[in-house]
Write a new protein. Structure first.
Length: 295
């Protein structure tokens, strides 16, 4: 009697390399870079620099994501949601990923240097270094890591702005402020949802080290959702956008504050999930209206 052996398909190396660069997360990076470029550009004369800006930024974001996972691979192995990533899953060797991440990062900075301008290349290098060498090592050491990590997370729209203008200006800083403030409630919601996972890995996210009622976490959510509303109005008062954008920013921002307030009150997973979902809808809608109502 013969037996039939079923072949179990294995994940391809290419799929693992793609997963390492976190393509979904980096779509947000590219989107906010595009917003910064659009708001600063003189169309169509500046359009020639857009492809280099997007390619260079994508490579830098990909490299930073890989290097972050190299450093955190052992802690990722302790979390349910990350233990099957290529590095903790032992499908990619750490040395190989290190070379991959460094190569992507250097390629990205080089593209920005030679196809865009030195200012944008410097900002990209600062983003990678602060994300990998400051934010990542702080995660198991202090709950302030989220505030520190919000800085490199907020730089892409400023990079888009400098890609078009070649210099740092207040308009680009205004976009940075929106991204910085928005990230805190967004990541606090994620940290509430994955509180046990973060604790198991030894990450000192604020909800992990906070008291049972998540009082400090709630204060951060409330404070930064209000800050997001305030920051979102700045482009109007700087003359970057019109009344349609201002009305949209106020309505969207009030929604962010109200949903954030509900989450801050009880710290429940249910309200944290609502805040997370609203946050990922809020930002692209706000920035899309800003682009269309540009003055």
């Amino acid at each position: 009697m013969t037996t039939t052996t079923l072949a179990i398909p294995t994940r391809s190396k290419a799929a693992d390399l793609i997963e390492l660069v976190k393509p979904r997360m980096n779509m947000l990076v590219l989107g906010t870079t595009m917003v910064g470029f659009h708001m600063a550009a003189n169309w169509p004369s500046d359009a020639v620099r857009l492809p280099g800006a997007l390619v260079g930024t994508a490579l830098c974001a990909a490299g930073a994501a890989v290097l972050n996972q190299v450093i955190e691979r052992r802690r990722d192995a302790e979390m349910v949601r990350t233990r099957n990533r290529p590095l903790p899953g032992l499908r990619i060797h750490a040395s190989e990923a290190l070379g991959y991440g460094l190569g992507l990062s250097m390629a990205g900075v080089s593209v920005l240097q030679f196809m865009v301008n030195p200012v944008t290349a410097i900002l990209a290098a600062a983003t990678i270094l602060s994300y990998v060498l400051i934010y990542t090592p702080l995660k198991p050491r202090t709950s302030w890591n989220t505030l520190v990590g919000a800085f490199p997370g907020a730089l892409p729209p400023l990079m888009g702005w400098t890609a078009a203008r070649g210099q740092i200006e207040w308009g680009g800083i205004a976009l940075l402020l929106i991204l910085f403030a928005w990230q805190i409630p967004h990541f606090m919601a994620i940290a509430i949802l994955y509180r046990k996972d973060y604790a198991a890995a030894g990450f000192k996210m604020l909800p992990v080290v906070d008291n049972a009622k998540l009082a400090a976490t709630g204060r951060h959510i409330n404070m930064f959702s209000i800050a997001t509303l305030a920051a979102s109005a700045v482009p109007f008062f700087m003359g970057m956008s019109g009344i349609v954008y201002l009305a949209s920013a106020v309505l969207l921002g009030l929604g962010y504050c109200l949903i954030g307030l509900k989450c801050a009150r009880d710290g429940s997973r249910q309200n944290a999930r609502k805040l997370f979902v609203y946050s990922i809808i809020y930002l692209p809608v706000l920035l899309t209206v800003l682009m269309f109502d540009r003055i």
